[in-house]
Design a protein around this ligand. Structure first.
Ligand code: SF4
Ligand code: SF4
Length: 369
């Protein structure tokens, strides 16, 4: 899969307490988006001229700030990208947008459905009004809950993306319960990082207790025909079943991912946008292969991980997570290491229980999807 992410704007209508973005009022112009798509098409066609097995599957993501602030441009770029892929024999395209939800409406959801756009909703559940307020300082929970219900009617598999703020991580299990009651079937969890949050041992212990509860919920909600995907657990379980390196499976840093900033400059992943020393090309000049090689060479496995028995199941070489926690792509924070160990243990315990019960829906999902 070739991944192209277009940063539509740095602006946002939210003011989340952990957000590290600057929210400048800058937007990608359509011409920049079209050039990025043209370059991608050119790259696929050039490669397929000499290699018939070349990957022609494309995923285009629209990113922000809040991407739906540039909704009309997204609609036009999707139409353009649909045309672009028609000129690639055997090519496929899919789209992805993660939104805070406030600007979602019936019309956009229908547009997403027609164009096979996967919409993910960022929502912090019970902590939403404590950490995800709007630009006017107003609470957002009730409004976003309504958008979530609307979204679930068209996309029952909508993924909710939760960011865990250390000060409110005690709400995690209650949040999962309220999502489950609303009919949500997939939740992803990411601990907030960066200079605006602080994880102490005490807060990590609360996270641990909440994830223990989450494991029990996960087992309970995957009985019989029921399915509830807690994505961090499922990634670890599949990663074990397939014996695939967790980073290769999930981190697409630079090698097969291009992130295009509003000004047309390329970066290896969202965390590095605008950072000095991480630009990997532009829509004007294409990919800078020597910059990409240089970045890849700078990303090495953290020393403490080299002899670790679970290193293949751990995202210890994820450049973005490492840089976010430690300021260095190749260093792992104690928190991240503990978090990975915890999630792997809990995922294994849950999987053992569900496999011991010979839960057919779970087994099929893990082995076949
Ligand atoms: S919705 Fe996203 S981009 Fe906007 S303030 Fe929150 S974390 Fe930042
Ligand atoms: S669990 Fe810790 S030591 Fe082991 S690979 Fe992951 S980060 Fe490294």
């Amino acid at each position: 899969m070739r991944r192209l992410t277009l940063v539509m704007t740095h602006q946002c209508n939210f003011d989340c307490r952990y957000c590290l973005q600057k929210h400048e009022d800058v937007y990608m112009d359509e011409e920049t988006g079209r050039k990025a798509l043209d370059l991608l098409q050119k790259e696929i066609l050039a490669e397929s001229a000499s290699d018939k097995d070349v990957d022609k599957n494309v995923q285009v993501s629209f990113y922000g700030g809040e991407p739906l602030l540039a909704r009309e441009k997204i609609e036009r770029l999707v139409a353009y990208a649909n045309e672009m892929i028609r000129e690639v024999p055997g090519g496929t395209i899919r789209y992805e947008i993660t939104t805070n939800g406030l600007l979602l409406d019936r019309e956009f959801i229908d547009f997403a459905k027609r164009n096979k756009i996967l919409l993910a909703l960022s929502h912090d559940g019970e902590a939403q009004d404590l950490v995800r307020i709007d630009r006017g300082g107003m609470a957002t929970r009730a409004r976003v809950d309504e958008k979530l219900k609307l979204l679930l009617r068209s996309f029952p598999e909508t993924i909710v993306m939760m960011t865990l703020h250390p000060d409110h991580v005690n709400t995690l299990s209650d949040s999962l319960s309220s999502f489950h009651e609303l009919g949500v079937k997939s939740v992803n969890l990411v601990p907030a990082h960066g200079e605006r949050v602080s994880w102490t041992q005490e807060k990590f212990d609360v996270l641990k207790a909440e994830l223990e509860k989450a494991k029990e919920m996960y087992i309970a909600w995957n009985q019989g025909e029921n399915a509830f995907r807690l994505i961090p657990f499922e990634n670890k379980i599949r990663n074990y079943i397939r014996q695939k390196d967790a980073d290769n499976a999930m981190c697409h840093f630079s090698c097969n991912k291009t992130m295009v900033d509003v000004d047309g400059r390329y970066y290896p992943c969202s965390h590095f946008i605008g950072r000095e020393g991480y630009c990997t090309g532009s829509v004007e000049e294409g990919k800078d292969t020597s910059a990409i090689e240089d970045l890849e060479a700078r990303r090495v496995e953290p020393g403490i991980c080299r002899d670790c028995a679970i290193r293949f199941r751990c995202r210890h070489t994820c450049a973005c997570a490492n840089h976010g926690h430690t300021g260095d792509m190749s260093s792992i924070s104690a928190l991240q290491c503990e978090y990975e160990k915890l999630v792997i243990r809990l995922a294994d315990e849950a999987a053992m229980e569900l496999i011991r019960e010979e839960n057919p829906v779970f087994v099929k999902r893990m082995y076949k999807e």
